[in-house]
Design a protein around this ligand. Structure first.
Ligand SMILES: N[C@@H](CCC(=O)N[C@@H](CS)C(=O)NCC(=O)O)C(=O)O
Length: 214
């Protein structure tokens, strides 16, 4: 079966899916959609995702957009032991809480601040960083005494939140005063199948240069 991840190396949303595919040990091919030159607005890509955003996963006949929907699909389809996403409704919803927090509070905080500082995308930086700090406080509180976000073991909650939190320094919010989060990132990076986000080492014309620590 053909499995293709359409994504971009610097995209945290793409990395969420790349990371989970790797943690599940699934084979796939990655097709780069170069956001810097507008490939996400080409008709062929818009046919896959009319929103013009990466990532998109093509899994045989199934075509899905949105990293959070994609990782949910992958968990339900390929994680037969329900290790990453519990079946019991309340336990499942507790994991999903973190996916939605990533898509809302973390994206609108860390994500927008990073887009501004790293890629020059206009935003209210002060507001975005304030939202990011509030979300990071919640994470730090949770991870002070807990090794993982839910269920006492690695779940989709950790996979969902990892990429943007790992990029916090690019949002102007280094994690030096968040020891719980820092230790959690280290634990996540030791998981079997963990893959790093592709490093960004060179400047793109017109963009502020960021040398990723990843
Ligand atoms: N909610 C979506 C957000 C996807 C998204 O914002 N992708 C960015 C890259 S990280 C993108 O494609 N931006 C291009 C654009 O919006 O023009 C997800 O989780 O996948």
């Amino acid at each position: 079966m053909t499995r293709i991840l359409y994504g971009f190396p610097l995209s945290g949303n793409t990395h969420r899916v790349r990371l989970f595919l790797s943690l599940l040990g699934l084979d796939y091919r990655e097709q780069k959609v170069n956001l810097m030159i507008g490939e996400h607005r080409h008709p062929e890509f818009l046919a896959l995702n009319p929103l013009g955003q990466v990532p998109v996963l093509v899994d045989g006949e199934v075509v899905l957009r949105d990293s959070h929907a994609i990782v949910h699909y992958l968990a339900r389809t390929y994680d037969r032991a329900d290790v990453w996403l519990p079946r019991e409704p309340a336990a499942e919803a507790r994991v999903l809480q973190w996916l939605f927090m990533d898509a809302n509070e973390l994206h609108n905080g860390l994500g927008l601040a990073r887009n501004h500082l790293a890629f020059g995308v206009a935003c209210d930086l002060v507001g975005a960083q304030a939202r990011a700090r509030a979300a990071l406080r919640v994470l730090e509180q949770r991870l002070t005494g807990e090794r993982w976000l839910e269920s006492g073991r690695p779940t989709l909650a950790d996979v969902a939140c990892y990429p943007l939190v790992r990029l916090a320094d690019q949002a102007g919010l280094p994690l030096s005063e968040s020891p719980g989060i820092a230790a959690w990132l280290t634990r996540a990076e030791a998981l079997p199948g963990f893959v790093r986000m592709p490093a960004w080492t060179s400047a793109t014309p017109g963009q502020r240069q960021v040398t990723s620590a990843l």
